[in-house]
Ligand binder design. Structure first.
Ligand SMILES: Nc1ncnc2c1ncn2[C@@H]1O[C@H](COP(=O)(O)OP(=O)(O)OP(=O)(O)O)[C@@H](O)[C@H]1O
Ligand SMILES: [Mg+2]
Length: 358
């Protein structure tokens, strides 16, 4: 998959601009605050149907303008696509080849972007919700059905929580319990299956980047102590947990266990990375995770996702940075944003200079 061009109107600091990209990718350079991350944000909007950093679309609208619009052309499975996204403060419209996209998640079937962000270190450093978000997105890009399952799960969770806040009959409760348990086990199973492919890749990328032995591992961590990953066994353990905690859940008026509370445990030398890994080790873990994410998307889709390095490589020494680029399959289109053009002279990508817009 490749992006050929993007046009921006009133998007962030761009009033009106158009960029054309090379199939192998480009390096965006220019001073701090010139709009490099904004440009990556606009391009990746085509993949996610939203910004990778803004909480709402209104942040993306050029100060003083009523709306923004971004248009793009991309290629996927030997087909060309025209995408137009427009949003004002109230609503957004997405058209793909002139056909309106009703649900944002539909976009996940098309373009895939893996964005290496300076904030990725949060995946290790912060709480479980950041890791769940990382894996939910990665698995959705790998397996579209996961996204559907996740949507259904959140709907059922919401309804079960609403029930726990109300006066309910035991028949009603049983029905929501059954639905909740069934979908939770399915979701957890898919996460564990994904990890079975993801974890070995993570380890092999990690060891290639550091060139020495630092054993790392990753495992799924249930929100309550379950000692199994087997589907049937898990179902039984979920059922017994619900039975044993019905009073507690009634008091707390919410669901106290399940995929919405589970975590993923990154380990280094058999110790939790969050507490024991150095800054550089954490950085390498997150880069290796993104590489694993990208690799699995490629395997599942037969086409490799677009890669974005937002000033990530400049923290690393030159050999490490080159190692990382060399690890990527040649089929990835790669975008790099940096204020330091010189660091990337040896890279085989054309530069695009971002300049003050008049
Ligand atoms: N809605 C908006 N309207 C106009 N300008 C905006 C808007 N949102 C952000 N900006 C401007 O965009 C600029 C930041 O752009 P961006 O984050 O892309 O910079 P950058 O080139 O990535 O910089 P750095 O090298 O520091 O990462 C800031 O000058 C900010 O004021
Ligand atoms: Mg930036």
């Amino acid at each position: 998959m490749k992006i050929n061009s993007v046009k921006l109107f009133n998007f962030r600091n761009f009033n009106s601009a158009e960029y054309f990209f090379k199939p192998e990718g480009n390096i965006f350079y220019g001073e701090n605050g010139i709009g490099k991350t904004n440009l990556l944000e606009a391009i990746s909007y085509f993949a996610f149907g939203k910004s990778f950093r803004a909480k709402s679309d209104s942040e993306l609208i050029n100060f003083g303008s009523p709306f923004f619009r971004v248009e793009g052309k991309f290629e996927l499975r030997n087909q060309s696509f025209d995408i137009i996204i427009a949003a004002d403060k109230k609503q957004k419209k997405i058209n793909l080849n002139q056909i309106p996209i009703k649900r944002i998640s539909e976009l996940y079937k098309y373009l895939k972007v893996v964005y290496f962000s300076p904030g990725d270190i949060d995946i290790i450093n912060l709480g479980p919700s950041v890791r769940r978000r990382f894996f939910d997105l990665a698995i959705s890009q790998f397996d579209f059905l996961y996204l559907e399952l996740l949507r259904k799960f959140h709907k059922i969770l919401k309804q079960r929580n609403a029930l726990l806040k109300s006066q309910f009959s035991s028949i009603e409760k049983k029905s929501w319990d059954d639905q909740f348990i069934k979908i939770s086990v399915k979701l957890v199973q898919r996460r564990i299956m994904y990890l079975q492919e993801f974890a070995p890749l993570l380890c092999s990328y990690y060891s290639k980047i550091v060139n020495q032995k630092e054993p790392v591992s990753l495992k799924y961590s249930h929100s309550i102590h379950f000692d199994t990953d087997d589907e049937k066994e898990l179902l039984l353990q979920y059922q017994s947990f619900v039975r044993n905690n019905s009073e507690k859940e009634k008091i707390y008026q919410r669901t106290l266990f399940g995929p919405h509370l589970d975590d993923y445990l990154f380990m280094i030398f058999d110790k939790p990375a969050r507490e024991f890994a150095s800054q550089g080790q954490k950085r390498t873990l997150t880069i290796s995770s993104r590489l694993a994410q990208a690799n699995l998307i490629g395997k599942a889709n037969g086409e490799y996702p677009i890669i974005m390095f937002d000033d990530i490589l400049s923290e690393l020494d030159k050999t490490r940075a080159e190692n990382i680029i060399n690890m990527l399959n040649n089929d990835h289109q790669i975008f790099i944003a940096t204020p330091n053009k010189n660091l990337y002279r040896s890279f085989n990508l054309d530069f695009i200079k971002l300049d003050i817009m008049l």
